[in-house]
Design a protein around this ligand. Structure first.
Ligand code: HCA
Ligand code: CU
Length: 388
């Protein structure tokens, strides 16, 4: 496993992270993604995969439909290693549903920003705090462990945020969720937001970052640097609007850039991503980091020549780590050198005549059409032997 945390520029800032937990919310936030709706067996299949992969918590909302409630119940009974956490509103009726499902953990959420209080909840700040405390009392009286999420945290005034955090902790919340619900934090803003909460409470903090401006991953990492210890992710980043932090990107960034070795089956990342793409009908973009088709595809002749000597020249980590393969692509820009390389890779003879034929044939392909092959160990060895 490469370790870019020792890169001198990364190492210059003192932002070590040690304690990292992953909450996967593909089944909750992910199902809020426009167009996404899993069947009951797909939900179970995904939960089992994620559990085998090694996430710490699996979030699902039992109050959406009867089928969600049943899935939640089945998961709670199925002896997963991960904790199943039921995402519900801060209402006794929702807590009752979670209790019926037999989960040990609930996640209750309530918004506290003025914009949500005024336009959605029609509550004053004090009324919202009272509602949170009575919901926590009720859940605690029924033996539940709970996270309380401050929805829209990033738009809550700092002094009020601290007051909410103190109130939630005193009421008995086991974790507090800090959110950037509309994705408006800069990484340094997210750091300050989590620090503001961290300063006044001891309970562990979750971070939940939306990707409206493409900063969900950066903001989640900033939240960890500021003292949170659990990040919310979804497979392929699916969620409301443009979604949240993606599982694969988060796992690889925290491992490679911070040197945190997670107890997860890294090699399942591609497969998990493909499964969710097929269940949702939302394909993974070729350019998606880690799980996109291009992640380990090399095209330019100089790049291919370099990776044949040492893939690290143009790869931040090897594809097999995440269950992917290394591929080389030949386009109509191919020259004699590239054609000879292609013939060598295929184990074919490289006479002047065959090189010219390959160049001609590939150039005849329609513009943009690519000839692609997986770079196997065998090919790399063959090239090495030819050099020696
Ligand atoms: C929601 C809002 C939420 C909650 C996050 C959480 C958000 O859709 O209910 O409970 O951690 O982005 O604030 O997803
Ligand atoms: Cu969200």
């Amino acid at each position: 496993m490469p370790d870019h945390s020792q890169n001198p520029y990364n190492a210059m800032s003192n932002n070590a992270i040690s304690d990292v937990r992953i909450l996967d919310t593909t089944l909750r936030e992910g199902e809020q993604c426009p167009g996404v709706s899993f069947t009951r067996s797909q939900r179970l299949q995904l939960a089992w995969m994620l559990d085998r992969f090694g996430v710490n918590m699996i979030e699902i909302s039992p109050v959406v439909t009867k089928s969600h409630e049943e899935t939640c119940k089945t998961l709670a009974e199925s002896g997963l290693k991960a904790d199943v956490i039921a995402h519900i509103r801060a209402l006794e009726s929702d807590i009752d549903v979670a209790l019926r499902c037999g989960v040990r953990w609930v996640a209750m959420y309530l918004a506290f920003s003025d914009i949500h209080l005024a336009n959605k909840l029609h509550l004053t700040r004090e009324q919202a705090l009272d509602r949170a405390v009575s919901a926590i009392d009720y859940a605690k009286a029924h033996g539940l462990r709970l996270r309380f999420t401050i929805e829209d945290s990033s738009r809550v005034e700092p002094s009020f945020l601290q007051k909410i955090c103190r109130t939630l902790e005193e009421a008995g919340a086991d974790r507090i969720g800090i959110t950037d619900t509309v994705g408006v934090m800069r990484p340094s803003g997210m750091y300050n937001l989590v620090k503001t909460a961290r300063e006044v409470v001891r309970v562990p903090l979750d971070v939940h970052c939306h990707n409206d401006l493409g900063l969900a991953l950066a903001n989640s990492l900033a939240g960890l640097e500021a003292g949170a210890n659990q990040v919310h992710v979804a497979v392929n980043g699916i969620g409301e609007r443009v979604g949240i932090t993606t599982l694969a990107e988060f796992v690889m960034a925290i491992t490679l850039l911070y040197g945190v070795k997670l107890r997860v089956r890294y090699e399942m990342l591609r497969e998990i991503s493909e499964t969710v793409a097929s269940y949702t009908g939302i394909p993974v973009h070729d350019l998606a980091p880690v799980v996109g088709a291009n992640a380990f595809r090399h095209k330019s002749g100089t790049h291919i020549a370099a990776i044949l000597r040492n893939p690290e020249a143009y790869e931040p980590f090897p594809p097999e780590l995440v269950g992917a393969t290394r591929r080389v692509v030949f386009s109509d820009a191919i020259g004699k050198h590239g054609a000879a390389l292609l013939l060598n890779l295929l184990g074919l003879e490289t006479s002047e005549e065959s090189v010219l034929t390959v160049v001609k044939k590939i150039k005849e392909l329609n513009k943009g059409e690519l000839f692609e092959l997986e770079l196997t160990e065998e090919m790399v060895d063959r090239i090495k032997r030819m050099r020696d």
